[in-house]
Design a protein around this ligand. Structure first.
Ligand code: ADP
Length: 423
């Protein structure tokens, strides 16, 4: 305001001077016009100066002027100085961010709108095999695995992909895509080789131990059967003990068989062939019939489409579901088996009128060794591995297991096969 006042004062003084001069010479208006022209010219020159000063980056100290222009120069200079400080602080933060991401053990790649590489950290070089010159290239052109390209195309925020590292076959990577802008994504690759190794060791251990247990169990079972034959029922204690030993050996044999089956499902490659599902289901119903439950099972076949798959595995999965339905429902109730097409999928529903499963238990029952409660454990024989086997078999057939149940009313286990498995 002070500077502005001095400018106004200077203008008033000039007008006053013109008025005094015009007393002697007249031509007040001409003098006033002259003052205005001089004033405008001066402002134009000063504006031009400020333009040059700004164009040169306002690096030099601002030219000294009096009046409002001094204030304008001062304010610009001040803003510029504080901007410089902010810029320095920002570049320090960016530098720290760069250093911390560079030190991360996970590979991080910033991808643009067309999946082109904008930036990557140091870990991306050994983990993904990226090189400095790859910046700007589209990542699907560098990592050409079909599963990776499909995964990248979907950009599902919750999805995870496990693949072999393109730089090292021995390394398994877990890949995630995080979108942080409509056009920008972050690819994070985490080395999970150690987890895979532990998993492999666990599988090998279970596989070996199950194999090793098989022979002693068969021998034990043989001797128990011989002893049972020899038992002349004079000693009830011995009869009871032999029965208990036999039951437990049988249970142990079932456990070992289920563990071996699971180990095979996890490791062995699946060989697909066209399986006639209606025929398989009829066979299964006949097998259940030999368990004296034949009249409890009703089969409805509404589709003649078959499935690409492995007969043994599907037999095992469906049989587990049917046996469960019979086992966990009253002896006089009906179990229905339905094979039908629903939209783009083929569905096998196995419905019982049994005790049902609480909603909180549904996600847990497909876990290995999970059985709902002690009472059931005591009442119904089982290993707790049946549904884990079903889940594995269905995953190997690109299918899904859907469980719907109501306590006290019954359960429905649905195996849903996608169109790609039709044959
Ligand atoms: P199990 O050998 O105990 O039957 P599963 O893995 O086949 O093992 O099943 C796990 C648990 O899920 C069972 O112990 C049982 O409690 C529950 N379950 C499975 N099928 C049914 C069903 N049809 N109705 C009620 N509960 C069921």
């Amino acid at each position: 305001m002070r500077f502005w006042n001095s400018d106004v004062l200077r203008l008033l003084l000039a007008v006053l001077l013109a008025a005094i001069v015009s007393i002697f010479s007249g031509h007040f208006l001409y003098l006033l016009l002259l003052i205005c022209i001089i004033y405008i010219l001066r402002q134009a020159i000063l504006l031009n100066q400020i333009k040059h000063w700004l164009q040169s980056g306002a690096k030099a100290a601002p030219p000294s002027h009096s009046g409002i222009w001094d204030e304008i120069y001062y304010q610009i200079f001040r803003i510029k100085k504080s901007n410089k400080k902010r810029k320095k602080r920002l570049s320090r933060i960016i530098e720290q961010f760069r250093k911390s991401t560079a030190a991360l053990p996970d590979a991080i790649v910033v991808l643009g709108e067309y999946d082109e590489i904008i930036w990557f950290n140091n870990a991306a070089k050994p983990i993904l095999g990226l090189k400095k010159r790859d910046k700007g290239q589209r990542i699907p052109n560098l990592i050409r695995m079909p599963a990776f390209i499909e995964f990248l195309g979907e950009k599902d925020p919750g999805a995870i992909l496990n693949i072999k590292s393109p730089a090292n076959e021995q390394v398994t990577l877990q890949i995630k895509i995080v979108s942080y802008d409509s056009n920008a994504h972050l690819l994070v690759a985490h080395d999970i080789s150690y987890l895979k190794n532990i998993e492999r060791m666990r599988k090998n251990f279970v596989d070996n131990i199950s194999h090793e247990l098989r022979t002693p169990l068969t021998v034990l079972k043989g001797y128990l059967e011989t002893l049972e034959d020899l038992d002349d029922e004079h000693s009830p204690l011995l009869t009871h003990s032999l029965q208990q030993m036999n039951n437990q050996t049988l249970r142990m044999q079932c456990l070992v068989d289920d563990l071996l089956l699971l180990a095979n499902l996890e490791t062995k490659k699946i060989h697909h062939q066209c399986i006639e599902i209606p025929l398989l289901l009829t066979q299964l119903c006949q097998e259940v019939g030999t368990l004296e439950s034949f009249n409890r099972v009703e089969l409805f076949v509404d589709s003649k489409i078959n499935i690409l798959g492995n007969k043994q595995e599907l037999h095992s999965a469906f049989s587990n579901l049917i046996v469960n339905a019979l086992k966990y429902s009253p002896e006089d109730s009906i179990v229905t088996i339905q094979w039908y097409q629903s939209g783009q999928s083929l569905v096998l529903d196995i419905t019982d009128q049994g005790e049902g499963i609480a909603e909180t238990e549904i996600p847990k029952i497909t876990e290995r060794f999970y059985r709902i409660d002690i009472q059931r454990k005591l009442e119904k024989k089982g290993t707790g591995l049946g549904l884990a086997i079903v889940k594995h078999v269905l995953v190997r057939h690109n299918a899904q297991l859907k469980i719907s149940s109501q306590l006290g009313k019954g359960s429905c286990f649905s195996c849903i096969f996608p169109k790609q498995q039709f044959c």
